[in-house]
Design a binder for this molecule. Structure first.
Ligand SMILES: Cc1ncc(COP(=O)(O)O)c(C=O)c1O
Length: 398
């Protein structure tokens, strides 16, 4: 069995210029926008008290994104908010004037005209972009990497998008989608990652994810707790940058311990942290992991800056960690609410359980400072987005 690897973040700190992107004021704007959707409701923050007891923690909270907008994953928060900001900018409005109803109104459509949104995706982001484009009466083109499953393809095609599965990995699909968008005079690239020169849209996407983080922040406070540890998974790291950025702003003094987890096959942030010089490392190749949402080998440049300054540990997790987490959340300790958590959603559960119970990882447990006083928060970022594989892992695997 491959081992979990970890590294303490000792990368040099920067001036931290991106942290204010995730401040309270920006989160309020994103939240207000998402609240205007008829599909909106806060997703549950599930308190697994029996599980906490079993693992030897004080409390354990799981944000369950399988309930998000009927789309089974958090991702739509980013794409929809980026598209709304783009429409606002193009029509000379402030984002605070834009609601779901204004966005779908014939008046706005006339003012804005016709556009095609291009993107690359492992599944969830593309589904969110296609869904938002469809609602707005706009077109979308979605490129998926080699190995993408039929179910994820069908869910995007259902939203009226032109979808293809390419013979390339995720990062290459991003480049291909960007080329297509550049060649189309009405084309706009809506990608969930940033690179030098492409920062505005991914910033809006990260702020859109802030809706999830700020809900969780409020929900945990309502439960009378303050997280001591936050575990968040990363593909390109936009999500991790958003969540860690939000909580670093919220708890400026004495922030919780922040832990970023990746699929071992695509652990570009872990590799960057291991090199410790503050420069990005890229992981190339097929990036084969069942954690499809985490199969990205090139970090988001904005998010990387936030992560450098505010992450405590980077952890590289083999697939078994996630499979274990899926089973544990699906069938937790008696008395706790089950959470349907997919391949990219459950890695936090598998990691926390392993660290708390397996003596081979005692050193990591000690370094993280996980004790019976710890109040742990993790994000189950997707439900069973690939139902066949979900069933196989929970019901059939030996
Ligand atoms: C379910 C799920 N969780 C986590 C992530 C990771 O997000 P990011 O690529 O921003 O790191 C993704 C990305 O697609 C995802 O689909």
């Amino acid at each position: 069995m491959d081992k979990i690897k970890w590294v303490k973040n000792e990368m040099p700190k920067t001036e931290d210029k991106y942290l204010p992107l995730m401040n309270q004021e920006n989160m309020k704007k994103a939240r207000k926008f998402h609240k205007s959707f008829p599909q909106y409701s806060e997703t549950p923050l599930v308190e697994l008290t029996q599980m906490a007891d079993y693992l030897g923690l004080d409390d354990f909270f799981v944000k369950d994104e399988s309930y998000r907008f009927g789309l089974n994953a958090f991702k739509v928060l980013g794409g929809s908010y980026a598209i709304a900001n783009y429409v606002a900018e193009r029509t000379g409005k402030d984002i605070s004037e834009i609601t779901y109803d204004t966005l779908i109104s014939p008046e706005l459509k006339q003012e804005f005209g016709q556009a095609t949104f291009y993107t690359a995706t492992d599944g969830n982001h593309g589904r969110g972009v296609a869904w938002a484009a469809n609602k707005l009466g706009q077109k979308s083109v979605v490129l998926m990497p080699k190995g993408s499953t039929k179910m994820r393809f069908d869910n995007i095609a259902k939203e009226g998008a032109k979808v293809t599965i390419e013979e390339e990995n995720y990062d290459e699909c991003v480049r291909m989608a960007n080329d297509l968008a550049e060649k189309d005079e009405n084309g706009i690239m809506v990608q969930d990652t940033a690179w030098d020169g492409y920062e505005k849209i991914p910033t809006w996407i990260m702020q859109g994810y802030g809706t999830m983080a700020s809900e969780a922040g409020e929900q945990i406070a309502k439960a009378g707790k303050r997280p001591s540890h936050i575990f968040i998974q990363a593909g390109v790291g936009s999500l991790a940058g958003a969540v860690i950025g939000y909580f670093s702003n919220l708890y400026k003094e004495n922030p919780p311990k922040m832990i970023v987890m990746e699929a071992q096959a695509a652990d570009c942030l872990y590799q960057s942290a291991k090199a410790a010089d503050g420069k990005i490392r890229i992981v190339d190749g097929d990036l084969t992991t069942m954690m499809a949402g985490l199969a990205c080998g090139e970090p988001n440049t904005i998010s990387f800056d936030i992560l450098k300054n505010h992450t405590d540990f980077f952890v590289s997790c083999p697939d078994w960690v996630s499979a274990k987490g899926m089973r544990m959340l699906g069938a937790p300790v008696k008395g706790d609410t089950p959470v349907t958590s997919g391949e990219s959603g459950a890695v936090g559960m598998g990691l926390i359980a392993t660290v708390m119970t397996d003596p081979n990882y005692k050193e990591l447990k000690d370094q993280l400072g996980l004790t019976s006083q710890s109040d742990v928060l993790m994000f189950s970022t997707e439900g069973n987005t690939d139902p066949d594989n979900y069933r196989k892992i929970l019901w059939e695997e030996e």
